[in-house]
Design a protein around this ligand. Structure first.
Ligand code: F6R
Length: 266
């Protein structure tokens, strides 16, 4: 796992966006995996800047969101269909027809989840998956004790996740209790993973994900199984990392051929 400790939340977004932009530059029809929530907003803002300034073209980019609430109408402002459109598709300028979000309103949710898995496979798989992490270690909405082999399916949101996401709703009771989420097995199939985390509330989860044992109690620890996982955190989210100095050292001494950022950040 490549761990990068950045000076600020903005820098976290810039470094992760540089990685994503580098994938798109090498493959204009790349398939992106999209996370929602606060953590990746800086990535999307940075990608939007690159597109606006003509440094990046995204017309052919395809995308699959990680998850969707069950029971929220698609047009609800907090459905991930709406959120992905307003924070990613429109500002970055993705082609709307090429952006997919799981269907949380389907009459047959199991069939819709299977169809989503097929659609990802038919697209050739995800080239780079953007991820955040919950304070309880979830990625996507794979809550603690999710199977490392899980595929897209219905999950019950943990009470902590509902409480954390209540900030987006008028009242905590309005946060749905269920979601459809890509599984940990689905996420691990992506060719590259880029996870971002900022703030002190993520420090325990980041420590468990990077340095804790491989355990379904911290679903993020599944990243330890992936050969191309990059974790970008700010100082506050890095506060509990035991090997923080080693990660700084390895980042400062990365050989030139691994330093995509130099090319992309300039
Ligand atoms: C949502 C998702 C979640 C979030 C996580 C962190 O699509 O994938 O795993 O990344 O809940 O959310 P924020 O970034 O709002 O703290």
């Amino acid at each position: 796992m490549q761990v990068v400790i950045a000076d600020s939340a903005a820098e976290v977004g810039r470094i992760a966006a540089a990685k994503v932009a580098s994938v798109i530059r090498h493959r204009p029809e790349a398939v992106l995996g999209l996370a929602t929530g606060s953590s990746p907003l800086a990535i999307y803002a940075d990608l939007a800047d690159r597109v606006r300034s003509g440094r990046l073209r995204v017309d052919a980019v395809r995308a699959f969101a990680l998850d969707e609430y069950v029971g929220l109408p698609l047009e609800h402002p907090e459905s991930y269909h709406s959120v992905i459109r307003t924070v990613v598709t429109e500002p970055v300028g993705l082609t709307p027809e090429l952006v997919n979000v799981p269907d949380g309103s389907a009459a047959d949710l199991d069939a819709a989840a299977d169809a989503y898995e097929r659609a990802i496979r038919d697209a050739g798989g995800v080239d780079v998956q953007i991820l955040g992490i919950g304070a309880n270690g979830h990625i996507g909405f794979n809550e603690p004790t999710s199977s490392f082999a899980s595929r897209t399916r219905i999950k019950t949101l943990a009470p902590q996740t509902r409480a954390d996401n209540a900030r987006f709703f008028a009242s905590p009771d309005e946060v749905p209790t269920h979601c459809v989420t890509q599984g940990l097995g689905t996420i691990l199939d992506a060719r590259q993973l880029v996870l971002v985390a900022t703030g002190a509330s993520k420090a325990d989860a980041v420590h468990a994900m990077v340095e804790g044992p491989l355990s379904s109690m911290c679903p993020g620890s599944a990243l330890q199984l992936h050969p191309h996982a990059m974790v970008v955190v700010d100082e506050a989210a890095a506060a509990r990392l035991e090997l923080a100095d080693y990660y700084r050292y390895t980042h400062a001494n990365r050989p030139a051929w691994q330093r995509f950022e130099d090319e992309e950040l300039s």
